[in-house]
Ligand binder design. Structure first.
Ligand code: AHR
Length: 491
């Protein structure tokens, strides 16, 4: 019997709801087809945004959406995406699949999507191939209400009032696709660009996010923090789970247990990364004013056979669900420093929560984890730990259990528990410091490791009510099935 100790009285950091953020890039069928079909589409839509997808996303309360990239961000010139659609520039999306980008989805459309989703926009601006003026004017176009050339232009394009833009990214992956810069060069560029991104309404400050490291590039974190820490509110971190490395990602479905173990091990590595980058940040920012923003994370496998390599379209199984639950648990535990995260990507790309095919739409196992975990949004992390045991596959070892716990403002206790073993169920006893909860409810997502939803069988992987819980004098006990994610709510 594994004991899961929870002490709701020991409150830690707030789990910012923005940790449940998403990322949408002009890549493959994420924006076009996945989110935006245009007003004239036969697929039901509101102002061009597909209704089925927007409704599904609203149900999991998306708090923030990052756009337009990704690598696309540092090639994106925002003025190409405003004004009458017929006159917008058509170009080739050289980075992603070599397809025509007609710029029919631009600033106005993105803000409209965020309005429909009820989420904060997070605009990632172009530092790599843009100019200081271009970035400055974009901020002016979006956020200035007074008399100015950009404000007038916005009004001419049909939007009288400025939008509220809280989050601004100043470049993306500038160590790579965003200009191949050194940390020192980028940090100086960052200081210059952000200077001209003005705050036009003191009530609505801009939260400026600098480009942070790739995976374990601690020298980048050190270099950028050293030169630019006084000028940023957040530093990004990008980390993708590739089961066997960048060159050998393996298939999204039909994988074996060794692959499962390797994927889980890589997902668990997020803890090391966040710990070590945070330590470097602590030296320059001991008060933890600057947030670590994990604005690209998720599993990255081979694309589905027969699809455009540049579209990064892949299926999503129970393995992705567990990558999701483990990652969210880790981010909860680091919520003193991690205040936003954005899964890559929202629809039809990498670890998507939604997949579409024509007018059809399915929710992936990852979607269901975001659903099960919703109560953690804006709750407070509390002290918890679990007696896990090591399980192995050949040379790989991982813990069999993973957890996190939080308390919502109304006192509800939220417990999350994952069983990483694909073979063995586990007896669990939750030991609470105070077991006087009146109601207990739980939902579970469980299936074979390769199970996934398809357009013909969209409900193969679905959460179910979990009632096999037994009260004990100190809490509850139950059996947690293999390959599962359980969410318990106690009031
Ligand atoms: O999410 C796909 C790509 O991964 C993004 O464009 C880039 O920032 C990262 O390398």
């Amino acid at each position: 019997m594994a004991k899961f100790y929870v002490n709701p009285k020991v409150k830690k950091s707030k789990i910012n709801k923005e940790i449940y953020g998403h990322f949408s890039e002009h890549l493959g069928r994420c924006i076009y087809e996945g989110l935006y079909v245009g007003e004239d589409s036969s697929i039901p839509n509101v102002n061009g945004m597909r209704t089925d997808v927007v409704e599904a996303l609203k149900a999991i309360h998306i708090p923030v959406l990052r756009w337009p990239g990704g690598c696309f961000a540092d090639e994106y010139h925002w003025m190409d995406g405003i004004g009458p659609k017929e006159t917008r520039k058509k170009m080739i999306n050289t980075h992603w699949g070599g397809v025509v980008e007609d710029n029919s989805f631009g600033t106005h459309e993105f803000m409209e999507l965020c309005r429909q989703l009820g989420c904060e926009p997070y605009v990632n601006a172009n530092l790599g191939s843009g100019t200081v003026r271009e970035m400055s004017e974009w901020v002016e176009y979006m956020t200035f209400g007074g008399l100015s050339p950009m404000s007038e232009l916005r009004k001419e394009n049909g939007h009288e009032e400025p939008w509220t833009l809280k989050y601004l990214g100043v470049g993306n992956e500038n160590w790579g696709c965003g200009g191949n810069m050194t940390p020192e060069f980028y940090a100086n560029e960052y200081r210059r660009y952000q200077t001209y991104c003005r705050v036009y309404d003191p009530e609505k400050p801009l939260f400026k996010i600098a480009c942070g490291p790739n995976v374990d590039d601690y020298a980048w974190t050190e270099g950028v923090m050293k030169v630019a820490h006084d000028y940023m509110d957040g530093l990004s971190l990008h980390y993708y789970v590739h089961p066997f490395g960048w060159q050998n990602k393996g298939p999204a479905t039909g994988f074996d247990q060794y692959n499962w173990f390797s994927t889980m091990k890589k997902a668990l590595y997020m803890d090391t990364l966040v710990t070590r980058h945070s330590k470097i940040m602590d030296r320059y920012d001991p008060e933890q004013r600057i947030a670590l923003i994990v604005d690209e994370w998720g599993a990255w496998y081979d694309v589905e056979p027969g699809t455009n390599q540049g579209f990064l379209y892949k299926q999503n199984t129970m393995r992705d669900a567990l990558v999701g639950s483990v990652t969210l648990d880790i981010l909860h535990k680091h919520s003193d420093r991690v205040r936003m995260a954005n899964i890559a990507q929202m629809v039809n790309v990498l670890q998507a929560v939604i997949l579409t095919e024509g007018e059809k739409m399915i929710k992936t196992p990852t979607y269901h984890v975001f659903d099960l975990y919703q109560n953690h949004q804006d709750a407070t992390l509390v002290e918890s730990s679990i007696e896990s045991k090591e399980i192995t596959c050949q040379d790989l070892a991982i813990p069999n259990l993973h957890e996190s716990a939080s308390v919502s403002d109304d006192g509800t206790l939220n417990l999350s528990l994952s069983n990483l073993s694909v073979e063995e169920a586990e007896e669990i006893e939750v030991v609470l410091s105070d077991a006087s909860y009146e109601t207990i409810s739980a939902r579970i997502l469980t299936n074979d490791m390769n199970a996934h939803n398809t357009f013909d069988a969209p409900e193969t992987v679905q959460p179910e009510e979990f009632t096999a819980l037994e009260r004990t004098s100190t809490g509850i006990k139950f059996t947690l099935s293999a390959c599962s994610v359980l969410q318990i709510t106690m009031k």
